[in-house]
Ligand binder design. Structure first.
Ligand code: GAR
Length: 186
């Protein structure tokens, strides 16, 4: 089986969806987290997935902590990285080590609403359709090649919260399925 890592910063509902997916054709062998208080860490513990936690502020540069992360990932035999609510820009150290093997999920139909708070951006813009994108990471912010997308309608009665809930339901279904398709074709 292929070894993979999940990178997450927050609640970890996408991490959980990946772990709960029955026929995932890779093993999630490590969780990388940049937030020592993130709820995703308890989830990893519950699934028996070891976690690597770091505080970016303790390092003088991105290259510094990413070099350490690459070492940890190699020790775990990681071949693929799946970002699931990882709120940091991936730097050259990771990108060059895992070229075309870092994948992200983003809560909009890219190229619309890249960056932070994509759900809030779409809600404020008053669009009647937004969605979810799974894409490769490149040097830009949410600009890498798209792997899969699914639209989500914005209803007139939606609040930002109800819209977020529907988007995340789609994420939890789309991400594991896309991971499997990707690994099957690679
Ligand atoms: C997800 O909605 C994911 O698409 C988003 O963060 C959320 C994490 O939720 N990612 C981004 O906005 C990346 N720019 P989770 O921690 O419950 O999986």
């Amino acid at each position: 089986k292929i070894n993979a890592a999940v990178f997450a910063s927050g609640s970890g509902s996408n991490f959980e969806a990946i772990m709960e997916f029955d026929d995932l054709i890779c093993d999630i062998v490590v969780l990388v987290c940049d937030n020592p208080g993130a709820p995703v860490l308890e989830k990893a513990e519950r699934y028996g997935v070891p976690s690597v936690v770091f505080n970016a502020k303790e390092y003088s540069s991105k290259a510094n902590y990413e070099t350490l992360l690459v070492r940890e990932l190699r020790e775990h035999g990681v071949e693929w990285i799946f970002l699931a609510g990882y709120m940091r820009i991936v730097g050259n150290t990771l990108l060059s080590t895992y070229e075309n093997r870092i994948v992200n999920i983003h809560p909009s139909l890219l190229p619309s609403f890249p960056g932070k708070d994509a759900i809030g951006q779409a809600y404020q813009a008053g669009v009647d359709e937004t969605g979810v994108t799974v894409h490769f990471i490149d040097e830009g912010i949410d600009t890498g090649p798209i792997i899969s997308q699914e639209p989500v309608q914005v209803n007139p009665e939606d609040t930002k919260q109800t819209l977020k809930e529907r988007i995340q339901q789609v994420e939890h279904r789309l991400y594991p399925v896309t991971i499997n398709q990707l690994l099957r074709n690679s």
